[in-house]
Design a protein around this ligand. Structure first.
Ligand SMILES: [Fe+2]
Length: 191
């Protein structure tokens, strides 16, 4: 890996960066316990281990001072009433932020911090979201037919803590009820 300025193209409608080092595919089975409706989850998994989201990463050394970039693609769909979403995570180094730029699709970023505050921001093409240090984050695709596609950049030494979210989820869930999108309290959430 060269320490020399680098460029890559990120063009609609292609979206996949012209330079990519790693392609992560997260299937339904990797999100066991994350969706509220366990029966709907198991019924769906029995038919197919559907791809829920994908990440294209551009690698850099995971050390302070470097930045990591990539593209996140959350596919449309639901488990029960709950829209497809990413696993969601805190950064292992809690005091690290992240920037998301929404390129395509529609959805939300659900966020919360250890102090008990929470926030939900809408993602639509052209919107930039700044996730401050200490805030866990999960992207959710609410379109019925289009992927939610975001470009992200964050400090390369941040790391990922998935366990805290796996244990209790986020305070808020995004569901579809009678053809409208609703934010509801997650019954599994506890402090
Ligand atoms: Fe992150």
């Amino acid at each position: 890996m060269k320490d020399f300025p680098m460029v890559f193209d990120l063009l609609n409608p292609e979206i996949i960066p012209s330079h990519v080092d790693n392609h992560i595919i997260r299937k339904l089975s990797s999100l066991r316990g994350q969706f509220y409706d366990n029966k709907a989850f198991e019924d769906m998994l029995a038919i197919e281990d559907t791809v829920i989201y994908e990440v294209y990463e551009i690698k850099r050394p995971e050390v302070a001072g470097e930045m990591l970039m990539g593209i996140s693609i959350v596919h449309p769909g639901k488990v029960g009433q709950e829209f497809f979403m990413t696993k969601g995570h805190y950064h292992t180094i809690l005091e690290t932020a992240e920037v998301y730029y929404c390129m395509r699709g529609e959805g939300f970023m659900v966020m919360e911090n250890p102090e008990g505050e929470f926030s939900i921001e809408c993602l639509s093409p052209g919107r930039v979201l700044y996730v401050p240090p200490r805030w866990a984050h999960r992207s959710i695709c609410t379109s019925r037919q289009d992927d939610l596609i975001t470009f992200f950049v964050y400090p390369a030494d941040a790391g990922h803590d998935y366990g805290t979210i796996e244990d209790r989820g986020f305070h808020k869930m995004v569901i579809e009820k009678q053809n409208s999108i609703e934010f509801i309290d997650n019954p599994k959430w506890n402090k």
